[in-house]
Ligand binder design. Structure first.
Ligand code: PMM
Length: 289
């Protein structure tokens, strides 16, 4: 399969010939955009299966909200939320990613069938994470992160957001590799909305190619985030609720796919699955011409 746009792929996962779509299942009472909707494990599993039916290539299961100001959930509770849902979805043949900052949760989720570990802290929150992922030998998402959600907005201070995010992501990649993770397994993510203002998010999205130059697959997770709320705000300045930002999310998906992102992480899959197919058709036509 040719790598259109030079899209780099992680080892150990299927090779999609287009940007992949990761559907989100938040098994939390308090996530930013869908808190509480899938808190019951049975509903969470059903939702994961629905996302696959809508075109998700994989499903990201998380048990801890990272919305701005969120407090940490304890380890036992996170395990209780995440592991049964991972196990059931994996048993149903779904490619499951686990969204966690804890090495123990990553380890148990992989034992339950998860094939990808997505750590918004890129291994910074828990010193047990990198060794756990290295031992598991699965792909690892290193997101750009500057500290826990409780006060991350205070860390949204940059002289040059693109340069600093590139440097800090490279450091995350180096940390993972120094800890024994095969560099071919590392996926990078700019961490939209994490210690970033709306303008920072937009600058990063305008320069996805510079992030791709780090040489690793890129995951872009813009779904329903605050910067979209700001763009869509009406004359009164009020942003629409998170669940009314899916068309805007799909617009970002089309652009990210066209810029060579490896995958997008979205709450509403249908529109983004269409968007990546359109981007792929355009890319293919461009490669032929
Ligand atoms: N954002 C959230 C949760 N997990 N994972 C990655 N890799 N990148 C992100 O930007 C990211 C993430 C927060 O979003 P949600 O609570 O609305 O799902």
């Amino acid at each position: 399969m040719s790598t259109l746009l030079g899209r780099v792929r992680p080892v150990g996962l299927p090779e999609w010939d287009r940007c992949a779509v990761m559907g989100v299942v938040n098994v939390t009472p308090d996530s930013f955009s869908d808190g509480g909707r899938w808190f019951d494990p049975e509903l969470a599993v059903k939702h994961g299966l629905d996302l696959v039916a809508q075109g998700a290539d994989m499903v990201d299961v998380g048990g801890e909200s990272t919305r701005p100001g969120a407090k940490r959930v304890d380890e036992a509770e996170e395990l209780r939320r995440v592991v049964p849902v991972v196990r059931e979805l994996a048993a149903a043949g779904v490619l499951v990613s686990v969204d966690t900052m804890r090495g123990s949760v990553a380890e148990q989720a992989v034992a339950a069938g998860a094939r990808l570990v997505n750590d918004v802290s890129g291994g910074l929150a828990d010193p047990a994470m990198v060794p756990a992922v290295a031992a598991a030998g699965v792909p690892f998402v290193v997101m750009h992160w500057r500290g826990q959600s409780i006060d991350m907005n205070n860390r949204a201070v940059y002289t040059n957001v693109l340069g600093e995010v590139v440097t800090e992501l490279r450091a995350g990649l180096d940390r993972a590799v120094a800890g024994g993770i095969d560099p071919g397994l590392v996926i990078l993510d700019p961490g939209l909305g994490f210690a970033k203002t709306a303008d920072h998010d937009l600058t990063l999205l305008a320069h996805l190619r510079a992030l791709r130059e780090l040489g690793r697959p890129l995951l872009v997770a813009a779904s329903r985030k605050r910067f979209l709320g700001r763009i869509l705000a009406g004359d009164n300045g009020e942003p629409p609720p998170a669940r009314e930002r899916d068309a805007a999310t799909a617009a970002v998906t089309a652009i990210a796919a066209r810029e060579g992102a490896w995958a997008v992480r979205v709450h509403e899959v249908h529109a983004s699955a269409d968007a990546v197919r359109v981007a792929h058709a355009i890319e293919t036509a461009g490669a032929r011409a």
